[in-house]
Write a protein that binds this ligand. Structure first.
Ligand code: F6P
Length: 340
């Protein structure tokens, strides 16, 4: 059997389950008698040759931990020729055969750039809460992030109901609406404002629709009203939306920007299992000599897709779900029971 040296790094926004993936890679590599080297703080560790050898002992009891034991970072240096050359020199100097990167589309762009200048194998594992990568039904961390958001919004609903308040709740996702749309659906939001059903030019029209909707709901009986908003979408941000509403309706309007709470926490079962399956599969793929691929899970099967295809298009939110929200679920506010 050929001895291989596998380099591992976690890059970009961390996501719950990255540790489970690192663990699986290290344990699977041990079975093949491959050596694992973990680079610290994403591509920065590769450029600066800041690394640690990873043994099965090092990955004990990390499967339940959020974040990443290797730390993560965004690395603007990778967009420069100097940074890229340094990264490639490190791989050559450290005699790495395979580089496995756990991250999102930005991280995979870095991996593709490396591949153009290096002979070794490159493998990506989808690790981002945004779930925006093609070639996998789910990314590592997404399930935990939406469960965290759902738990938080359910709590907001209790207090919003008690005061008949309107709440604007902003969720992460960068430029993709998987988190906002699916969490909005799962929490019974009266409004979901996301990339799939809204563009900034429609802001005025949307405000009027919301104000009318709240008025109709009040005719039926007072209640809370949740507006789940995808980040980086509303002109002026969530504060602007909540201020605009406050000025138009005489109703208490609350604002919650859920932020990085969505990125942390112990991974749910689905993320631990996905990360473990993908981690083990990546070592098998390395052993078979495969390269330039991302491993994902489609319809419960582990699949391998060309790395370039995984980032060519942003994965879309299911159209049926968007239609159901627009045509059926968003009308639920009108069916309030009158409370005397
Ligand atoms: O890509 C993951 C993500 O959490 C996005 O949802 C969000 O827009 C971004 O990272 C936040 O990045 P940072 O932690 O660098 O502010």
């Amino acid at each position: 059997m050929t001895q291989k040296r596998i380099g591992i790094l976690t890059s970009g926004g961390d996501s719950p389950g990255m540790n489970a993936a690192i663990r699986a890679i290290v344990l699977a590599a041990h079975q093949f008698d491959f050596q694992c080297i973990g680079f610290i703080s994403g591509y920065n560790g590769l450029i600066e040759q800041d690394y640690q050898i990873l043994t099965p002992q090092d990955v004990q009891h990390i499967i339940h931990r959020g974040g990443t034991i290797l730390k993560s970072a965004r690395c603007p240096q990778m967009c420069t020729v100097t940074g890229l050359n340094q990264a490639v020199s490190s791989l050559i100097k450290l005699k790495i055969d395979t580089l496995i990167v756990i991250g999102g589309d930005g991280s995979f762009n870095g991996l593709l750039a490396i591949k153009q200048n290096w002979q070794g194998q490159v493998i990506g594992l989808p690790g981002t809460i945004d779930n925006d990568l093609d070639g996998t039904d789910f990314t590592i961390g997404y399930s935990t992030a939406i469960n965290t958001a759902i738990e938080a919004i359910d709590k907001i609903r209790d207090t919003a109901d008690a005061f008949d308040r309107v709440f604007v709740i902003e969720l992460m996702g960068r430029h993709s609406g998987h988190i906002a749309f699916n969490v909005g659906i799962a929490t019974g939001a009266e409004q979901i404002i996301s990339f799939e059903n809204f563009s900034p030019e429609q802001a005025q029209e949307k405000i009027i629709q919301i104000v009318n909707d709240i008025a109709k709901q009040h005719q039926q009986g007072k209640s809370s009203y949740h507006i789940v908003l995808a980040e980086n979408l509303w002109p002026g941000g969530p504060q602007a939306l909540s201020e605009q509403l406050k000025s138009m309706v005489d109703i208490d309007t609350g604002l919650c920007v859920l932020g990085h709470i969505q990125r942390g926490g112990s991974p749910v079962a689905k993320d631990r299992i996905l990360a473990t399956r993908l981690g083990v599969a990546s070592v098998h793929a390395a052993n078979r000599g495969e390269t330039d691929i991302m491993l994902g899970e489609l319809k419960s099967e582990i699949v391998s897709v060309p790395l370039s295809e995984a980032i060519m298009h942003q994965k879309k939110v299911e159209e049926n779900l968007v239609a159901a929200q627009e045509d059926i679920l968003a009308l639920s506010a009108q069916y309030r029971k009158r409370i005397p």
